[in-house]
Ligand binder design. Structure first.
Ligand code: ADP
Ligand code: MG
Length: 342
């Protein structure tokens, strides 16, 4: 279990992590989600005592990191920046870690086996591919057989096979009763891995909810309609008491009415349709809307104060001005998206 209470980190004027309070429970994979720059890595570094909080506390199974004897046997981590000594072999790298952390040397071959690196145990880590380096990093995290594991963006840059492997590994570790906390800037990744979600934007807590509730509350389904006689179609829908929104590309989006009824309605009034298609808004969109809030406020008044800070679990947020679900939006989460919104 990991418990955060009012965890805060300032870098000069910049508030990287803002009053985070949440608990990461054992036995499930908890996803830590937020756009680039949201404060995920900073939070994880503070969990590992690699960075000092400006305020607040982190407890690992009830203890502060500094009170842990042989911390690697309590908490293991794969951080973004890899610190593998390139000149050493994979086995030697792990052996050094084991020796300086009171871990029996027999664990080295066990974890190499777990991550599938036994065959290259004697090879220098310098020549490792990204996937192999990532596996070695995970071997190091598992070395002390810790009850708590942190993974910071573990699938970045991996091939599909590596991604699949890491997902399964995390689920297995959780099913053994461990606490597994994994960060990502991609909702699509979390949806496949995590059972619980912590979402942050600009350092603030935006949601603390089960994946199931998040999906239930955010998967909006609607019907997209395109017609060369759009105004007539709009009038017809309104006369039937059906709300339709005009999307950025000129198509109409209709909530809560089945496609066949809409098609029949159009046919009865001899309106030509170029498209009549049921749509499911993606979780990625829901996540973007949730965190775009914080970016919106940033854009308007320069204060990184999201309206939904400390939102109730699974809270639904209003749509950011100018953005509609279903409208083509940037797929990335980086500076481009934030720039666009500011
Ligand atoms: P994430 O991992 O979610 O992408 P980070 O925790 O890396 O976010 O960064 C959060 C914010 O804190 C960013 O604005 C980043 O520029 C800033 N930041 C992170 N580390 C430092 C540092 N050592 N010095 C100054 N600013 C930092
Ligand atoms: Mg990061």
């Amino acid at each position: 279990m990991i418990e955060l209470e009012g965890l805060t980190k300032h870098y000069g004027d910049k508030v990287a992590v803002d009053d985070l309070t949440f608990t990461v429970r054992p036995g499930i994979v908890t996803g830590f989600l937020g756009p680039n720059g949201a404060g995920k890595s900073t939070t994880m570094r503070m969990m590992l005592d690699l960075d000092n909080p400006t305020a607040g506390t982190v407890r690992i199974d009830g203890k502060h990191y500094r009170q842990l004897r042989d911390p690697l046997t309590y908490i293991g981590a794969l951080l973004e920046a890899k610190s593998v000594h390139g000149g050493r072999s994979a086995a030697n790298h792990l052996l050094c870690l084991a020796q300086s952390n009171g871990i029996p040397r027999g664990r080295v071959s066990e974890v190499l086996d777990t991550v599938g690196l036994s065959a290259v145990a004697k090879k220098r880590a310098k020549g490792f591919s990204l996937g192999m380096s990532q596996r070695l990093g995970i071997a190091a995290a598992l070395l002390g057989d810790p009850r708590v594991l942190l993974f910071d963006e573990p699938v970045n840059g991996l091939d599909p096979e590596g991604i699949h492997w890491i997902r399964n590994l995390m689920k297995n570790l959780a099913s053994q009763g461990r606490t597994v906390f994994v960060s990502s800037h991609l909702m699509s990744e979390m949806a496949l891995t995590a059972e619980h979600l912590i979402v942050i934007g600009q350092g603030r807590l935006m949601a603390d909810t089960s994946m199931r509730d998040f999906i239930q509350q955010n998967s909006r389904s609607y019907v997209r309609m395109r017609s060369p006689e759009r105004e007539k179609l709009l009038d017809l829908l309104h006369s039937e008491g059906i709300d339709a929104a005009v999307a950025g590309n000129g198509s109409l989006e209709v909530d809560g009415v089945p496609a066949d009824r809409l098609g029949e309605l159009a046919a009865a009034h001899q309106l030509v349709l170029h498209e009549l298609s049921p749509q499911q808004a993606s979780l990625e969109e829901a996540f973007m809307q949730l965190t775009a809030e914080s970016v919106e406020y940033h854009a308007h008044d320069g204060e990184p104060v999201p309206a939904q800070a400390g939102a109730a679990p699974g809270a639904r947020t209003p749509e950011p001005a100018g953005a509609r679900p279903g409208e083509p939006q940037p797929s990335g989460w980086g500076a481009d998206w934030q720039k666009k919104r500011s």
